[in-house]
Every structure is written in C-alpha cells, then in structure tokens.
Design a binder for this molecule. Structure first.
Ligand code: GAR
Length: 209
C-alpha cells in the first residue's frame, strides 16, 4: 500500500473520507500521518480517532516561510510518503517543496478548475452567474491551483444559494472525488507527465478529467 501524508488546516472532512477509504484493506493506500499548520484544526482529533499520528507546525513558531517548510520537509522525509494529499491545507507550498515531491502531491479545490482558483471561490462562482459548480482533485504544481486535473465532480448552483450553501453542496462531492482520485493515482492509473495528467490504460478514461 502506498504511504500517504495528508496536510490539513481545518475541519479535515476530506482527510476523514480518505482515512475511511484507506480503512478498506483492498484500498491501495494508507494514511501514515496527518500534518497541520494550525494547532486548533478540528481534523487533528479526527485523525487521532483513526489512530493516525499527527504533527503540527504552527507558522508563528518559525522565523520565515523557508524555516517553516524546512521543518515540515524534515518530518516528511522521516515519514517516507509515496503521496502527499493536501486536504484543506490553506498555505501555498514553495517551488522547492513541490519539486522535492514532483508529481506526487495532490490537492482538492472547491471549484471546477481552471475556473475560480484561489480563495472565496464559491462567492465568485455565484457572482459570475454560474449554473454549475463543483470540485477538482489535481496534481500540485507551482502555480496556485494550476496543476492538471485528475477528477472533477459537478453540482448545480441553485437560485438564492449563499456561498455557504454552495460550499456545503460542493463538499458532498469532494468527499467522493478525493478517494477516487487517490485510488486512481495509488494504482498507477493516472500520473503527471509534462505538466499533464496522463491516464494509463483505457479502463478509467471516462472517469478522469
Ligand atoms: C474543502 O472544501 C477544500 O476543497 C477547501 O477547503 C475545504 C476543507 O474542508 N480547500 C481549499 O479551498 C484549498 N484552496 P475540510 O477541512 O473539511 O476537508
């Protein structure tokens, strides 16, 4: 089974869905550690309930972004992950960090990328008059939310939706999309090549964006 380290900053519901998927012995990956930049992240106690070791790296404990990432990279090295899953990790990783784990870092973003990268995505989707919204699991590259898509899932935008309404609806499909993307990647059915997501074999072609 592939070793996964999940990064969180908040409630960790996506990480929990990954941990639930990994609880199936037939799933091709396991979460070996959860890293957070926020000591108060609700996901930390949820990870502990799964028996997953947690590591917290509060940004304020370090004098610079470099020093912060260095500490994270040191512990990551010890964990020997095959895959890093960003799951609501609200910090941009440096190019140096990403190149160390090139093609092995996945992220989930609550929009249909390349539309609405960055923060406040649901408000912007509503203001743009979108009738559908959704989520994207993608490979992480240096540009924010720019890496190639692995799985996407869509939901309707309903009249009168607030950004919170839409976020909750999108989250329900995030919870299905991330385990699917992790499974495809861990099984070697999709990989990043020349900045694109390449599907290996025809069987999953229809399900991978
Ligand atoms: C999710 O909606 C995730 O897509 C989003 O944060 C939420 C985390 O929820 N991520 C981003 O906005 C990344 N830029 P969770 O902690 O319950 O998984």
């Amino acid at each position: 089974r592939k070793r996964v380290v999940a990064f969180i900053s908040g409630s960790g519901s996506n990480m929990v869905r990954l941990a639930e998927a990994c609880a199936d012995p037939d799933f091709p990956a396991e979460i070996v550690a959860v890293f957070s930049d926020k000591p108060e992240a609700g996901g930390l106690t949820k990870a502990e309930a799964f028996g997953i070791p947690t590591f917290v790296f509060p940004r304020k404990n370090y004098t610079s972004k470099d020093a912060h990432e260095e500490a994270i990279l040191d512990e990551l090295e010890r964990q020997q992950p095959d895959i890093v899953c960003l799951a609501g990790y609200m910090r941009l990783l440096s190019g140096r960090f990403i190149s160390r784990y090139e093609g092995k870092i996945l992220n989930i973003h609550p929009s249909l990328l390349p539309l609405f990268p960055g923060l406040d995505t649901h408000r912007r989707a509503i203001e743009a008059g979108m009738k559908i919204a959704g989520c994207t699991v993608h490979f992480v590259t240096e540009g924010m939310d720019e890496g190639p898509q692995i799985v996407q899932a869509a939901v309707p935008v309903l009249a009168g939706d607030t950004p919170a309404d839409l976020a909750a609806r999108v989250l329900t499909v995030e919870h299905r999309a991330y385990p699917l993307a992790l499974r495809l990647f861990a099984e070697g059915k999709v990989r990043m090549e020349d900045g694109r997501a390449v599907v290996v074999g025809a069987a999953v072609g229809k399900t991978v964006g």
